[in-house]
Design a binder for this molecule. Structure first.
Ligand code: FMN
Length: 217
């Protein structure tokens, strides 16, 4: 393994504190959006965000992820139809009473128009192993790695000025079929990306305060 000098510029502490505050303020404004506008978005913004996601750390640098960027209206329609089928089953049969009660505050149901309205859908796949000829090469800490990469993706899109919905119409096997993915890929997240509808509303949610989410020892 060859090494190179780390590219690192020390920033004055006062500036670091200011940067961390302003980053936090921007992050605290991120919201999951369910009302999307069909307004077009330059594709480079989204591909740059996917590149940022791909720069994430991963177990043994295996990068066990694959992103499919869907912009074709026919494919979006196919995904919507399949997702709504799963979601109808979920809301009408599979969901427990407790789960439905927890979902009440979001006013969601099995209808998922945003899967067609949003200009882009990003489907995040995880790879438990890579295929090398006839061999399977195991990947490590796959869920952690893909979770971190997905976090990078959401932050990059928010930072660029777009909104997202982290959607999980489980089970998501239909995405592997529709998008013709190889057998080592499993869909983890379906993320509509775009601008919010003009009158988009979000639920008023409380976030846990710092003291209840962090212990300093
Ligand atoms: C792993 C994961 C799965 C989620 N699945 C759904 C989903 O299927 N449908 C949905 O409307 N929201 C989904 N959400 C969004 C959450 O409801 C939302 O993040 C949460 O209510 C907090 O709201 P905020 O993102 O605006 O802070 C999901 C979020 C995560 C992290």
């Amino acid at each position: 393994m060859a090494f190179q000098k780390l590219d690192f510029n020390e920033i004055p502490e006062v500036e670091m504190i200011a940067r961390s505050r302003s980053f936090h303020m921007n992050m605290a404004r991120r919201r999951t959006v369910r009302d999307f506008s069909s307004q077009n978005v330059p594709m480079e913004i989204v591909t740059n965000a996917i590149k940022s996601a791909s720069s994430a750390p991963s177990g043994a640098n295996k990068q066990p992820w694959h992103f499919v960027l869907v912009k074709d209206p026919l494919v979006k329609k196919e995904i919507r139809n399949a997702a709504e089928k799963e979601e109808k089953e979920f809301y009408e049969h599979r969901a427990t009473e407790d789960w439905l009660e927890d979902l009440n505050q979001f006013d969601t149901d099995w209808h998922k128009p945003f899967l067609e309205t949003a200009p882009y859908l990003i489907v995040v796949f995880k790879k438990n192993y890579d295929i090398d000829g006839n061999d399977r090469k195991k990947n490590y800490y796959v869920n952690e790695s893909v979770g971190i990469a997905s976090g990078f993706l959401l932050v990059a899109l928010h930072e660029a000025g777009l909104v997202t919905l982290t959607h999980t119409p489980s089970p998501m096997g239909f995405l592997e079929k529709i998008l013709d993915r190889p057998k080592n890929e499993r869909a983890m997240l379906l993320i509509p990306v775009g601008y919010p509808e003009k009158n988009a509303k979000v639920p008023i949610l409380e976030k846990k305060d710092f003291d209840s989410t962090c212990t300093i020892v």
